[in-house]
Ligand binder design. Structure first.
Ligand code: M6R
Length: 361
């Protein structure tokens, strides 16, 4: 049942305010400015003993893991990184007992992720699952974890589950932070930010008509470049994946900081750039990157917290806390991918060559 929407993708994009509300529900502890995550099976002493965090997932779940890794580093100050599970499982990785491994999967059935979890457990590692489908293989195999409560996701292209997984990571990062050195004040600040998300998502989705008009302008591009740095970079990567899988337009994501080391050579009027420009301490650096692109007659669509004069168009996203901004910045880019695909007449819920869950090698 599409509930009045023409595609599941559209329906699922519009379910996000409600979905985020669900992942937060019952978990926030205002008294201690932290969150309760009952299913983690990780007591405060275990949490303090974690020396590193390694996040494994594929596709969109891997990108949510990259955002999650940054949140864990920022809020808990634990070194963290994400890697495609499909790579990890084939490289005879060093498995370290002081590392907390986290497997991320919407379906909970992706074979590459499941195989990575099994290999880790065989080597005695502790593995948590951040999973959407309750009772799925990865959820059962993990030592503990969190459900992301996005609700059923039907479209092959993941949207609401990405957003909810990022929010789940914010909760985990806050929890790990508060067992360590994150202050009560910062804990409160993040909690307030999390509570603002559903209304801000709804506000963002009200701009759909504007995004649709922009999508019409870019739909004839043969290729698009997505740039961002630090917090904005995984957002750029996810937006690039969204666009290519649903519209079949080639897209590439690059750190804005790396432009001058190569990709600047590609800039010309026929290659539009989408720039992720959060209002954080890298704003001036991002403006400088946009200037470099403009100087070479590149078109720019900025996703930012205020109008960007260097850009041809700006999608203005409501501001939250710096650490949580990537969550909101992903949403207009889902709409951009959706409306580009719609303008091109693509099979939105079932893009060619793809399956919702990849349960084979
Ligand atoms: O079910 P999972 O989260 O484990 O799936 C992982 C990827 O196959 C998935 O995210 C894929 O990249 C989607 N088509 C993205 O929209």
């Amino acid at each position: 049942d599409m509930g009045g929407h023409d595609t599941y993708m559209h329906k699922e994009i519009h379910e996000q305010a409600e979905a985020v509300d669900r992942v937060l529900r019952g978990r926030i502890d205002d008294r201690f400015s932290t969150v309760h995550l009952g299913g983690l099976n990780l007591d405060a002493r275990d949490a303090r003993a974690v020396r590193r965090v390694k996040i494994l997932g594929c596709g969109t779940s891997y990108h949510a893991g990259q955002i999650g890794a940054q949140m864990i580093e920022e809020l808990a100050r634990i070194p963290a990184d994400a890697e495609p599970a499909s790579e990890f499982r084939y490289r005879n990785a060093v498995v370290d007992p002081d590392t907390l491994y986290i497997a991320v999967s919407q379906s909970g059935e992706t074979y590459d992720v499941l195989a990575a979890v099994q290999e880790l457990k065989r080597k005695g590692a502790r593995v948590l699952g951040i999973v959407n489908v309750v009772g799925s293989a990865i959820a059962r195999e993990a030592d503990g974890g969190m459900y992301v409560h996005a609700g059923p996701e039907v479209c092959v292209v993941s949207t609401k589950c990405f957003t909810n997984t990022c929010v789940a990571f914010a909760l985990l990062a806050l929890h790990l932070g508060r067992t360590r050195d994150l202050s009560v004040r910062d804990g409160k600040r993040i909690i307030e930010g999390l509570r603002k998300l559903p209304a801000q998502i709804a506000e963002m989705l009200e701009q759909e008509e504007d995004v649709k008009k922009l999508a019409a302008q870019y739909a004839d591009a043969r290729s698009m470049l997505f740039i961002g740095r630090v917090r904005g970079y995984p957002v750029a990567r996810e937006a690039s994946l969204k666009l290519k899988e649903v519209s079949y337009i080639h897209a590439e994501a690059y750190p804005a900081s790396e432009l001058k080391h190569g990709p600047l050579a590609l800039i010309e009027p026929a290659l539009p750039t989408v720039a992720i420009v959060p209002d954080d301490d890298l704003l001036e650096k991002n403006r400088a990157a946009m200037e470099e692109i403009k100087a070479r007659s590149g078109q720019i669509l900025a996703v930012a917290h205020q109008e960007q004069e260097k850009a041809d168009h700006t999608i203005v996203v409501p501001k939250n806390e710096d650490e949580l901004d990537p969550i909101l910045m992903g949403i207009p880019l889902q709409l951009l991918a959706y409306h580009t695909a719609l303008a091109l007449g693509r099979d939105i819920d079932k893009p060619r060559n793809l399956a919702k869950s990849v349960t084979v090698e």
